[in-house]
Design a protein around this ligand. Structure first.
Ligand SMILES: Cc1cc2nc3c(=O)[nH]c(=O)nc-3n(C[C@H](O)[C@H](O)[C@H](O)COP(=O)(O)OP(=O)(O)OC[C@H]3O[C@@H](n4cnc5c(N)ncnc54)[C@H](O)[C@@H]3O)c2cc1C
Length: 331
C-alpha cells in the first residue's frame, strides 16, 4: 500500500467525475482520479451518449461526454495545476472501506490500494435494455444512431413529426408517451409493453385514451430498419403485426451503480439512489456523491456538473478550515 494520503479521490470519469476533478484541481487541491476500467466505461452512460442538443456549445461533438472530457483531462495535464492531478488511467475501484483513522482505503481494479481523506463517488447509472429474442444487442445499432433514445429531456425533441413507440410497461413509460405527445403531437404514439402486462394507474389510462395512444402487450420479435439503425422503420410483434415507428424510447428503469456506496453502508432511497445533502455529502463522513447516482436529482450532464462543483467546493472548504486551524494553533 502507498503511504501517501490524498485529500480527495474521485471515482468515475463521466460528466460528474471530470467536473469534480476539474473543480478540485482549480481549487488547488490534489486529486486522485479513477475514471473506471474499460469494463466500467463500457457499461456507463458517458460512453453511450452521442450528439448533445440540449446544452449550448455541444452540438459539434460526436460523443458529447467522452470528447469534451478528454479535452479537459489534456488541458489539466498541460496546465500549471498538472502536479495536483493524479490520473489513474483505465483503472476502476473495486472496493472501498474506512480504516480506524477515518481514512478511505480504495482498492483499484489491479489490486493496488490508496488512502484518501475524502471521496467523490460518480459511478452513475445505466438504462435497462429490452431483450429481443433473448439478446440486448439487437437494439445497439439503433441506440448508437439515436433512433432508439432513453432520456426524454435530452432527446424528446427527436420525435417531432415522427411516428413514435415507447418500450416499457410501467407507469413511467406511459408518462414518457403522454409528455412526448403533449409536447410534440406526434402523428402516432404507441406503447409496446414487450410481453409484460401494462401497469398503468387509472388516471394515466384515461389520458392515454384521450390522446389515442395505443398500448400493445405483445412481445417484440424484431426491429426493422436500415442504414445501421439510422433509419428505424418499426417493430415486428409476435402476432405478426408491424408497428411503424421512426423514433422510439426505452423506458424500463435503471441499473444503479451503488455497489461501492453499499459497501460503506450509506443511506439509499427506496430505488437505490444515494441520499445526500445539498453538497452531496452522504450519511458517511467524507463520502460525497455527484451525478446520476445521487437521489432526487435530474439525470443530466449539467446537474452532474453542478453536483460535482458543490462537492468539490465543500471538500475545499473543509480542507481550508483544517489548514486554518492548524495555522492558528501554531501561532
Ligand atoms: C443515450 C443517452 C443520451 C443522453 N443524452 C444526454 C444529453 O443530450 N444531455 C444531457 O444533459 N444528458 C444526457 N444523458 C444523461 C447523461 O448521460 C447523464 O446524466 C450523465 O452522464 C451523468 O453523469 P455521471 O458522471 O453521473 O455518470 P456517467 O457519465 O455515466 O459516468 C459514470 C462513470 O463512472 C465510471 N465507473 C463506473 N464504475 C466505476 C468504478 N467501480 N470505478 C471507477 N469508475 C467507475 C465509468 O467508467 C464512467 O466514467 C444521456 C443519457 C443517455 C443514456
Amino acid at each position: 500500500m502507498t503511504e501517501k494520503i490524498y485529500p480527495v479521490a474521485v471515482i468515475g470519469g463521466g460528466s460528474a467525475g471530470i467536473m469534480a476533478t476539474l473543480r478540485c484541481v482549480l481549487n488547488n487541491d490534489e486529486v486522485l482520479l479513477f475514471p473506471g476500467s474499460p469494463k466500467d466505461k463500457k457499461k456507463s452512460r458517458a460512453l453511450w451518449v452521442r450528439k448533445i442538443e440540449n446544452m449550448p456549445a455541444h452540438f459539434n461533438y460526436k460523443r458529447g461526454i467522452e470528447e469534451p472530457n478528454l479535452e479537459t483531462i489534456k488541458w489539466i495535464e498541460s496546465s500549471e495545476f498538472a502536479s495536483k492531478f493524479h490520473y489513474q488511467k483505465n483503472l476502476g475501484i473495486t472496493s472501498i472501506q474506512k480504516n480506524a483513522h477515518g481514512l478511505f482505503v480504495l482498492t483499484d481494479s489491479k489490486g493496488a490500494s490508496y488512502l484518501s481523506k475524502n471521496v467523490i463517488l460518480c459511478t452513475g447509472v445505466m438504462d435497462v435494455q429490452p431483450e429481443i429474442k433473448g439478446s440486448i444487442e439487437t437494439i445497439f445499432d439503433y441506440a448508437n444512431a439515436q433512433t432508439v433514445d432513453y432520456c426524454l429531456r435530452c432527446d424528446g425533441h427527436h420525435t417531432l413529426g415522427k411516428k413514435t413507440a415507447i418500450i416499457g410497461h410501467g407507469n413511467g413509460a406511459a408518462w414518457v408517451a403522454i409528455m412526448l405527445y403533449e409536447r410534440y403531437k406526434q402523428p402516432e404514439m404507441t406503447i409496446l409493453t414487450h410481453g409484460k402486462p401494462a401497469e398503468f394507474s387509472e388516471d394515466t389510462k384515461k389520458l392515454l385514451e384521450l390522446y389515442k395512444i395505443r398500448v400493445l402487450e405483445n412481445t417484440i420479435t424484431e426491429i426493422q430498419g436500415e442504414d445501421k439503425g439510422k433509419n428505424l422503420k418499426g417493430f415486428v410483434l409476435d402476432d405478426g403485426n408491424i408497428i411503424q415507428a421512426e423514433m422510439s424510447f426505452v423506458s424500463l428503469g435503471m441499473i444503479i451503480y451503488n455497489e461501492l456506496a453499499k459497501e460503506l453502508q450509506v443511506d439509499l432511497d427506496d430505488r437505490g439512489f444515494v441520499k445526500t445533502d445539498e453538497s452531496g455529502l452522504t450519511s458517511v463522513e467524507g463520502l460525497y456523491v455527484a451525478g446520476d447516482l445521487r437521489a432526487n436529482a435530474k439525470k443530466q450532464i449539467y446537474t452532474a456538473w453542478d453536483h460535482a462543483v458543490n462537492s468539490a467546493d465543500a471538500i475545499n472548504q473543509k480542507l481550508r478550515s483544517e489548514a486554518r486551524q492548524q495555522t492558528l494553533s501554531n501561532l
